[in-house]
Each structure stands twice: as structure tokens, then as C-alpha cells.
Design a protein around this ligand. Structure first.
Ligand code: MSP
Length: 509
């Protein structure tokens, strides 16, 4: 059944370049969107940039430009990277756009009028680096950088009043926070009394933000502003039909922004009277050389390095690698050895070899025309049934957003086609039993075609090239029937889709 499906990435800060962390979330959201579209869903995929706050103001000052100029430069870097990867996002929102400012100010006024926001003074610790008020304990433990003692009057959102309601909601909706370890993390966080949320910053300290509609001496706290993007882009206040169609969303985020998404955001929505997100899924982190990536440690992997790998083996391979080996449930270590090894094993050896073998045999023994099969035997039927089972399993993993499992499932099916060929040996049958050879080669090619359809969202460019080579009149990006391979049609020109990467070159790069 076709459903509307709204999925988001976090909005990336514009004080940093895109890196493998931001590319990871965005690529897997693209992959999920493409599988959903393949299944017939009406998908709305949102990404964008988070542009207000102290760090942007400081970076702009340092470079002698205005914050807006700074944001324009950085937002384009993200947009260019997403178009380099041909991403299928339906919208790109920038928090400095007027459509968003309008929503933030409307929500603030509404909550202020409802008595959900009040003014109070505070004296305590504030982390400039993290733009957060922190507790005495956090300060003692040294969990935050650039901490100062400040005394300030600000506006607060009555987040604490929603604590019990939130706990109840989490317990009653097992899919709300995923995976389960993240849900438990939030539930244990909620065992402590929840504080009210400071949602303003005085302009004298920070001017780069959205002005409070009820007090022009303040701007909005960057997280309160940024989280609202998810409803702005879905048409809140501007397009009610769109909002009714797509909201609530599925949010994919990294584990470091769990609290803001699973505590601040749902309580804000409760106060507004808007349904909570369908799911918030927090993935782990890419590490490098076993550690958190950082420029100072020298283990940071920038996108220029990645683009050089892509020049060697294709952009699709990075996308595939992100999905299959990425830190969806646990952290995962990135290395170029692992990248090229995965490429060689899964794509060059498994898929690539299979294409070569089948195409060469059909060219040699059937003049390049897809052979007409006889009755399918037990093993052939098993290949067809396994293909359908593989598709069902992928759709189940898709519901759970388990992209690693999707990739593993699809590749396991490709491996099983290779095994089928090794067992049936059509290169021998072609000489001894041409009818059986025709059935075997048809079966292998039908299975390969089916696997290519299932791999399409992971490797869209490569699989499109495959479908051109196959010349069966298929539309890539759609679900296919195993038996819709047309016997008698001539195969297209053969091309090496995944030439083996010579691991000896690793040290020369
Ligand atoms: N601007 C906020 C999000 C606001 S959403 C309304 C933010 N931006 S961020 O640019 O710092 O981070 C964006 C995402 O990148 C986070 O989900 C974070 O987990 C992810 N990653 C940053 N480094 C990462 C890795 N090394 N590995 C995987 N993802 C990581 O937070």
C-alpha cells in the first residue's frame, strides 16, 4: 500500500565543512528515500543547514564578513556536495530563510501567549563552545569547553511540565526512539528532574539569531530555532494539505544530538499541540584509526579525500560502502583499506564477475540473445523463490531503517547466484545439454537482473548502466518481477562495471 513518508537529516552547522559524518546521514536518508519510492511511497526527503548562533557569528567576524555572507558560502558547499552525489532530496532548508523565521516567531508568540514561556534570571555556568547552560556537575566533570560564569535574564520554555507525559509516550510507542539502547539512554536521562529550557540569548551577547517577537532585546536559542525547521519545510503555516500529508516525520540523527531531538523537540511539539515524530533514529559515529575524528589528532577524513576514492571506483561505491559498513547501530571505523576491500569483495568479485560470466556465455553460445528457458527445475524455482524472499526481507529491514541489513541481504543473494552457477556449470552444459544450459543461463540472468533492481538505491548509477547493458526495457528504480526477463532479446554492449581495484596501489595514493 502506498504511503506518504517524510524523512529528514539533521540540519548541518555552517561553521564547518561537510565531512564523512554529515555525508553518512545524508546518503543513508537518500537510500531509504529511494527504496521507499521504489515501493511506491510518496516520499518527502528534507535536508538543509543550521545557520544561526554564536559559532557562525564568531567565524564570520574572524573572516571579516557578515554572518549572512558566511552562511551563503557554507550552505553552497553542502548543496554542491549533495548534487555531486546526485541526491534526491525534495527540499533544502536554511534556517535563515524567511519561511522559517516566520514559523519560529509564530511558535514563540503562541507559546508565550499560552503561558508556556516565562522570563527569569539565572546565574551559573555557560559553555560558549556548546552554546549551553550547564550544571555544576557537568562543569566539575569538565564535559564542556570554554565555560564561563554568567548571570543573565532570559526566557524559559516550561519543558519540565512535560516530563511525565514524555516518559509515558516513549513507553507506549516502542518505535518512537530507536535503536533500543538510545531509547534506554533517554529514559534514564528522564529519571532526573527535567529543567525548563532557556530559549533566548540577549542580543548584546549574540546578535545572529531570530529575534523574539515579544522582546526585541533577545534572539532565539539556536536549537529551539533549528528543530522547528522540520515543520517549516513540511508546510506548517504555509501549506496545510502538505503538512497533513507528510507530518509526522522520521528523523535520522547522530547519537550526539539525541537529547535535543528526543527531549526538547517532543516537548516543544506537545506544547504546540502537534503530533510527535513517528521515529527518531540515532546512529553511531564513524571513527578513524579507532578514534573520534578530529583535525588536531590528524585522523580527520575530509571530503576531498573521499572524492579522490570516488574518482577511482565511482561515487556509487562510497554510497554503497556508507550503507553496508556504516555506524548505524555501533560506531564503525573508516579506512581506505576497508573501503577498497569491500569494493573488491562485494562489487568486483561478486556482482562484476557474475555479469562477466553470464554475459560472455550468452554471447558465445546464444549470439548474445537471452536464451529461451525450458521448464524450471527445482534449483531454478529455488532461485526465484529466494529472490522474492530477499525482496521481502529488504522491505522489512526498510521499515526498521536498517540499511546495513538491506545491503547485506542484497549481496547475499548475488553470492547465491554465483554459487548456483558453480553448481550447475553452464559452460559445460552448453556443450553437453544446450537446453538445460539455456534454462540455467536464463535463471542466472533473471536472478542477476532482480538483484540489480534490489541494489539500485545503493548503486543507482552503476545499476542504471547494468540495465542499459541488459537491454530488457526495464525502468531502474522500480520493483521488478523475476520472470519479466524477455527471452530472445539481444544483450547490449558489455562494459566492466566494477573493475578490480589493485590493492598494491593503496600505498601509492
Ligand atoms: N546543527 C545541529 C543539528 C540540528 S538539527 C535540527 C548539528 N549539526 S552538526 O553539523 O554538528 O552535525 C550534524 C550531524 O552529523 C549529527 O547528526 C552528527 O551526529 C553527525 N556527525 C558528525 N560527525 C560524525 C561522525 N564522525 N560520524 C557520523 N556522524 C557524525 O548537530
Amino acid at each position: 500500500m502506498s504511503q506518504s513518508f517524510y524523512i529528514t537529516t539533521p540540519l548541518y552547522y555552517v561553521n564547518d565543512q561537510p565531512h564523512i559524518g554529515s555525508s553518512y546521514t545524508t546518503l543513508i536518508v537518500d537510500i531509504i528515500s529511494m527504496y521507499r519510492r521504489m515501493k511506491g511511497d510518496d516520499v518527502f526527503f528534507l535536508t538543509g543547514t543550521d545557520e544561526h548562533g554564536q559559532k557562525v557569528q564568531q567565524a564570520a567576524e574572524k573572516n571579516g564578513i557578515t554572518p549572512r555572507e558566511h552562511c551563503d558560502i557554507y550552505a553552497i558547499r553542502f548543496q554542491e556536495l549533495w548534487s555531486y552525489f546526485n541526491l534526491s532530496n525534495d527540499d533544502f532548508i536554511r534556517t535563515t530563510e524567511s519561511r522559517h523565521v516566520k514559523v519560529v516567531q509564530h511558535v514563540l508568540q503562541m507559546l508565550f501567549d499560552k503561558g508556556e514561556i516565562y522570563k527569569d534570571s539565572y546565574e551559573g555556568w555557560y559553555s560558549i563552545a556548546d552554546e549551553l547552560f550547564i550544571s555544576e556537575k557537568d562543569h566539575e566533570e569538565g564535559n564542556h569547553r570554554d565555560v564561563r560564569r554568567i548571570s543573565e535574564t532570559n526566557y524559559y520554555f516550561k519543558m519540565s511540565t512535560y516530563q511525565d507525559q514524555l516518559i509515558e509516550y516513549i513507553n507506549e510507542h516502542p518505535d518512537f526512539i530507536q535503536p533500543v539502547n538510545r531509547k534506554n539512554e533517554i529514559l534514564s536521562f528522564l529519571k532526573q528532574p527535567l529543567k525548563d529550557l532557556c530559549i533566548s540569548r540577549p542580543k548584546e551577547r549574540l546578535a545572529w539569531g531570530i529575534e523574539l517577537p515579544f522582546d526585541s532585546a533577545y534572539v532565539t536559542y539556536v536549537w529551539f530555532d533549528a528543530l522547528l525547521n522540520y515543520i517549516t519545510a513540511a508546510g506548517y503555516l504555509s501549506d496545510d494539505t502538505k503538512f497533513q500529508t507528510y507530518w509526522p516525520a522520521v528523523h535520522l540523527i547522530g547519537k550526539d544530538i539525541l537529547t535535543t531531538h528526543c527531549v526538547y523537540w517532543p516537548t516543544m511539539l506537545m506544547a504546540m499541540g502537534i503530533p510527535l515524530p513517528k521515529t527518531i533514529f540515532a546512529h553511531g559515529w564513524w571513527t578513524s584509526k579507532g578514534q573520534k575524528m578530529s583535525k588536531s589528532l590528524g585522523n580527520f577524513i575530509d571530503m576531498e579525500t573521499i572524492q579522490a576514492y570516488c574518482d577511482n571506483v565511482g561515487k556509487d561505491v562510497y554510497r554503497y560502502f556508507m550503507a553496508k559498513e556504516g555506524p548505524l547501530l555501533n560506531d564503525s571505523d573508516f579506512s581506505k583499506e576497508r573501503f577498497y576491500q569491500t569494493y573488491n569483495t562485494d562489487l568486483a568479485n561478486d556482482f562484476g564477475n557474475l555479469v562477466n560470466r553470464i554475459f560472455k556465455l550468452i554471447k558465445k553460445y546464444y549470439n548474445g540473445k537471452i536464451p529461451l528457458p525450458g521448464n524450471l527445475g527445482k534449483e531454478e524455482q529455488a532461485m526465484k523463490i529466494a529472490a522474492e524472499a530477499c525482496q521481502d526481507a529488504i522491505m522489512t529491514h526498510l521499515e526498521k531503517l536498517h540499511v546495513n541489513a538491506i545491503a547485506i541481504e542484497a549481496v547475499a543473494y548475488v553470492t547465491s547466484i554465483n554459487k548456483y552457477l558453480e553448481k550447475t556449470e553452464p559452460w559445460k552444459l552448453a556443450k553437453t545439454d544446450p537446453d538445460k544450459a539455456a534454462t540455467v543461463l536464463y535463471t542466472a540472468l533473471a536472478s542477476l537482473r532482480f538483484s540489480a533492481a534490489l541494489l539500485y538505491p545503493l548503486l543507482p548509477k552503476k545499476m542504471s548502466e547494468f540495465f542499459t547493458m541488459l537491454n530488457n526495457g526495464d525502468v531502474p528504480g522500480t520493483l521488478m518481477q523475476w520472470q519479466d526477463l524477455h527471452a530472445g532479446r539481444e544483450l547490449g554492449e558489455m562494459k566492466a562495471l566494477f573493475p578490480r581495484y589493485d590493492m598494491k596501489l593503496l600505498n601509492e595514493e
